[in-house]
Design a protein around this ligand. Sequence first.
Ligand SMILES: NC(=O)c1ccc[n+]([C@@H]2O[C@H](COP(=O)([O-])OP(=O)(O)OC[C@H]3O[C@@H](n4cnc5c(N)ncnc54)[C@H](OP(=O)(O)O)[C@@H]3O)[C@@H](O)[C@H]2O)c1
Length: 248
Amino acid sequence: MNSLQGKTAIVTGASTGIGATIAKELAKEGANVVLAARRLEKLDDVKSEILKITNNNVKVIAIQADMSVQSDVNQLAEKALAELGNVDILVNNAGQMLTSTIRSGQVEEWEQMIDVNIKGVLYGIHAVLPSMLSQSSGHIINIASVSGHEVTKTSTVYSATKYAVRAISMGLEKELARTGVRITNISPGMVDTDLNRNSAWNDRKMLEATDIAKAVVYAVTQPDYVNVNEITVRPVSSDSARVLRFYK
Ligand SMILES: NC(=O)c1ccc[n+]([C@@H]2O[C@H](COP(=O)([O-])OP(=O)(O)OC[C@H]3O[C@@H](n4cnc5c(N)ncnc54)[C@H](OP(=O)(O)O)[C@@H]3O)[C@@H](O)[C@H]2O)c1
């Protein structure tokens, strides 16, 4: 297992849920972490928690950034590089799941999802890739979803954004071959976070955010020659038929 000691990870959407937990788990492995999201007060809470659980042994920076605004994302990468010297890991986790049926006609919500879930991922990669290429190493983790593998009648637009994230991961993996920069796409099933607090899910236990954070740690601690391209994590007993029944 490769150590994360002295490495720097940017985690987007680190104010709550999966992102906050990924940041904590990476810090526990010794990484310095840059926390990004729109709600600075929540990021500050996560920062305090990380400093406490690591006995102040890692550096933590909280940066307010809207991932759908390219200038914010560029500044995020610039500040991370200026304050910590290098960016070794980017976890593109910020995302939203809003009204996704076409018949709802919620165009603003579709645009919001497209802006954060797709454009935000591209902006993040664009902002860190030059420095990763110049150091011939780096790791980009994209948090997609099982909704990027299958579509239900209520998930059309959200699924479209997550299919896009997977396509970006797949294309980038080919583009980055032999550069030393690795790419991992992680597709979680239903995780117990604010994102799906209102979902009617009662037939089995959801995943915990730590289940996804552990998948991230697994991917980024592999030896340098190992590129973990795709991880899917579902709650036990998940099969398409049951998922489809649930959405009907
Ligand atoms: N929970 C699930 O079942 C599940 C399953 C599959 C995939 N996922 C994916 O996992 C990721 C994290 O979701 P979660 O479940 O942890 O939900 P969550 O608790 O709602 O977290 C979403 C995070 O994204 C941030 N965010 C949203 N819009 C943003 C923007 N414009 N700019 C910057 N940050 C933004 C939020 O922070 P601010 O509001 O402070 O900006 C928050 O930190 C998402 O990409 C989601 O699609 C979740």
